[in-house]
Write a protein that binds this ligand. Structure first.
Ligand code: FE2
Ligand code: FE2
Length: 354
């Protein structure tokens, strides 16, 4: 496929497009061929040494050329607003958390993968947050897609082509996302964010490119987490709150399938747990005689849309949604995952439309 393509096109021109940052999708349109043909052609060129892998970009091109251009901030912000083409207007809520209600409400979200966010689901989650006024807000990680520095390797071992998304654009998207939450969560709301596999790419990237260390590559600084009052839980952290443990879900031993993840989480967390990372909804409830006490585990649905580059090659469905958790004062909890279907979701008997 790739060979046939290379025989009929101008290879030098393809190389130029590659270094200019054209995505696989752009190239398929340009050369009127399949994505696989482009990928194979790139693979052939990489093996022949005609184009470089992501890890060794030529000076001034590829990833080095894409490190944030801070002069473009305004234009990119406009681009982000256009991309997030939803109503960002915020209804001002005056309702404060009712301290005497006898329970605490937590809003749990995961895998927003900004700017690859699924806007209808995000819109619904924001409306729900506005209505329920949570006491706790936990983002279980993968808040940023970090496609700009992704080391993701395709299944054939070929390093993925640089995307057109810049780090600046991604940071702007995350900040926009956090602004939206910040405007809807009360001052008293406890806000937490988990480090995750995508955030960990920053560390890997800086190990390879230490001279590129900058605030834009520091999630805490780039997303103003301190100023926003967010607690940032480090890599592979398992945080216990009441009778539940939280983590991103990509524990060292977990695999890409949610089934072993649940089993392994059970094994390593030894407790009720809630995680994200798998972009689906899955629950486990166990009250067998051999268990010392009943436990519950849940992978909560994602806020991102389907079709990030790393999922488009496999039939991985993305289940959109979020979860609400209600804690009683003794730490006992009730978990309610909510799935968004066809841009709709029913929470507490109310229909929300995204
Ligand atoms: Fe994720
Ligand atoms: Fe993840």
């Amino acid at each position: 496929m790739g060979k046939a393509l290379l025989e009929r096109i101008d290879i030098e021109e393809l190389i130029q497009h590659y270094y200019a940052g054209k995505s696989t999708t752009d190239l398929t349109k340009l050369y009127k061929c399949s994505k696989w043909a482009i990928d194979n052609a790139k693979s052939i060129l990489q093996k022949a040494g005609r184009i470089q892998f992501r890890g060794q970009p030529p000076a001034g091109a590829g990833i080095l050329g894409r490190i944030p251009d801070f002069t473009k901030g305004k234009a990119l912000k406009k681009q982000i607003n256009e991309m997030y083409n939803i109503d960002w207007e915020i209804k001002t809520s005056t309702r404060m958390a009712d301290k005497d209600k006898g329970f605490t409400v937590g809003m749990l979200v995961a895998d927003a993968h900004n700017p690859e966010i699924h806007l209808p689901s995000f819109n619904i989650a924001l409306q729900v947050a506005e209505d329920i006024n949570p006491d706790i807000f936990i983002d279980l990680g993968d808040i940023c897609d970090y496609k700009s520095i992704s080391p993701h390797v395709r299944r054939n071992g070929q390093v993925k082509q640089m995307s057109e998304i810049t780090l600046q654009l991604e940071n702007d998207a995350v900040n926009k996302y956090l602004d939206c939450w910040g405007a809807r969560l009360s001052k008293e709301c406890v806000k937490e964010l988990f480090d995750s596999n995508h955030t960990a790419w920053v560390k890997k990237f800086l190990e390879k490119n230490p001279s590129l260390q900058c605030d834009a590559l520091d999630p805490i600084k780039a997303w103003h987490l301190k100023e926003r009052g967010f607690k940032f839980h480090g890599r592979n952290k398992i945080v216990k709150r009441g009778k539940v443990s939280y983590c991103h879900g990509d524990l060292q031993y977990s695999s890409s399938s949610a089934y072993p993840a649940l089993t392994l989480m059970q094994k390593y967390v030894h407790h009720n747990f809630i995680c994200g990372h798998f972009h689906i909804l899955q629950r486990i409830l166990s009250a067998r005689a051999m268990d010392k006490q009943p436990y519950e585990g849940c992978v909560i649905p994602a806020l991102c849309k389907r079709g990030q580059d790393y999922t488009e090659c496999r039939p991985a469905p993305v289940v959109n949604g979020f979860a609400l958790i209600y804690y009683l004062s003794n730490g006992t909890f009730f978990l309610q995952p909510h799935v968004v279907k066809e841009k709709k979701c029913i929470v507490n008997g109310k229909l929300y439309k995204g």
